[in-house]
Ligand binder design. Structure first.
Ligand code: PLP
Length: 371
């Protein structure tokens, strides 16, 4: 692991590229989301895939979250070791080795996992039974993303019936997450898509209830739809995650009446100008290996940056207008990632900054834990 700066260091003490978190914006995002969920009467179970860091999860829980979500078992193991007591894994966990690991987590924390196939559910039940522990399961329903999830209420009934026969499993409810609509910039379009997704989820829940199954939790949604999900009703729990950091993709969303999304960008990648080969070009020390590119190029919050493009694994090119001509080799430049989750996964730690000083360094213990 590369050396980390120390609390109290100023920005000069932070080597680049470095993943910075602005403490004020982070705190504001945390409080704003907690208040939004509380006002809306929806439980908040933030998705930890955005930060992969137990200390951040603990802060979310201290602010009122009921627990957290993890995308993968490896991430969940890191959270449980870090003292997080309530974890939902939002992707099916498949294979004997993984199910043994899941059962070990279930000894240590309140665990839940999504399922969408009878064979996997039977294997989960067997692993939990032989470990002598217990586990909650949620049936994942495809609500429009065309990824995992059952495609019909009949399939959900078949899974609920299997779960009901397994004494160590409890059916907690359903998961319906439509990631494809979270980043739709126009609110009305996002609203209609979220409404259609919720209709599917509610209908499956009702069918299960009429068959005698206790479906308490309907979980899903993200930062892009939480306000809409609250207004429409249906979800008991929101899995919003990106709100804590935000990224340039999410910044494009309108919220209410064309107003911008209220969460602030707290995450940036600090970089250094390593070359000024021409009057209008600056080259920064952060390329594809320091910034994810799945959501396009990152951005700079500076009016002098005309155009940003990747220059390779370790280079970012910035075309400057006349106001940027004073930029020199060695200057520091903050870059706003286009996708926070995948950028976070490239770093060993977050550097929490307040008033231009390092306040804390948070190891990203779940980094790379796609297992
Ligand atoms: C299953 C699931 N739930 C919730 C989220 C969080 O969404 P967001 O980061 O947009 O808030 C994600 C993100 O990909 C997800 O995969």
């Amino acid at each position: 692991m590369r050396p980390a700066p120390l609390p109290g260091d100023d920005l000069e003490g932070v080597d680049t590229p470095a993943l910075l978190v602005d403490a004020e914006s982070f705190d504001r995002n945390l409080a704003m989301m907690a208040a939004l969920a509380a006002r809306g009467g929806i439980a908040l179970r933030p998705h930890a895939k955005s930060h992969k860091t137990p200390v951040v999860a603990q802060r979310q829980i201290a602010a009122g979250a009921v627990g957290i979500c993890c995308a993968k078992l490896g991430e969940a193991e890191v959270m449980v070791s870090g003292g997080v007591a309530d974890v939902l894994i939002t992707t099916p966990v498949v294979g004997r080795h993984k199910l043994e690991r899941l059962a070990r987590c279930a000894h240590l924390a309140r665990m839940a996992v999504v399922v969408d196939s009878p064979a996997n559910l039977a294997a989960v039940a067997e692993a939990i039974e032989s470990a002598g522990t217990s586990l909650d399961v949620l049936i994942e329903v495809d609500v429009g993303q065309n990824r995992c999830g059952v495609r019909s209420a009949q399939e959900a009934i078949a899974l609920a019936d299997i779960a009901a026969r397994c004494p160590r499993l409890t059916l907690r409810g359903l998961q319906g997450y439509n990631g494809a609509i979270q980043g739709v910039p126009v609110r009305a379009t996002r609203h209609d898509a979220a409404s259609a997704s919720l209709d599917i989820l509610r209908e499956v829940a009702e069918t299960l209830r009429t068959r005698g199954h206790d479906v308490k939790t309907l979980t899903g949604g993200g930062t892009g739809t939480i306000a809409i999900d609250i207004a429409l009703g249906g979800l008991t729990e929101s899995q919003a995650g990106s709100y804590i950091y935000m990224d340039s993709s999410y910044r494009r969303l309108d919220w209410e009446d064309g107003a911008p999304i209220p969460f602030a960008t707290s995450l940036s990648v600090l970089s250094t100008v390593i070359s000024r080969p021409t009057r209008d070009l600056a080259v920064l020390d952060a390329g594809w290996k320091a910034l994810s590119s799945d959501a396009g190029v990152p951005s700079l919050a500076h009016p002098w940056a005309e155009e940003v493009s990747f220059g390779g694994d370790e280079h970012l090119k910035v075309r400057l207008n006349a106001d940027g001509r004073a930029l020199r080799v060695g200057d520091r430049v903050a870059i706003i990632p286009s996708h926070c989750d995948t950028t976070v996964n490239l770093y060993d730690h977050f550097v929490l900054m307040r008033d231009d000083r390092v306040e804390q360094v948070w190891p990203i213990l779940g980094r790379g834990r796609s297992d």
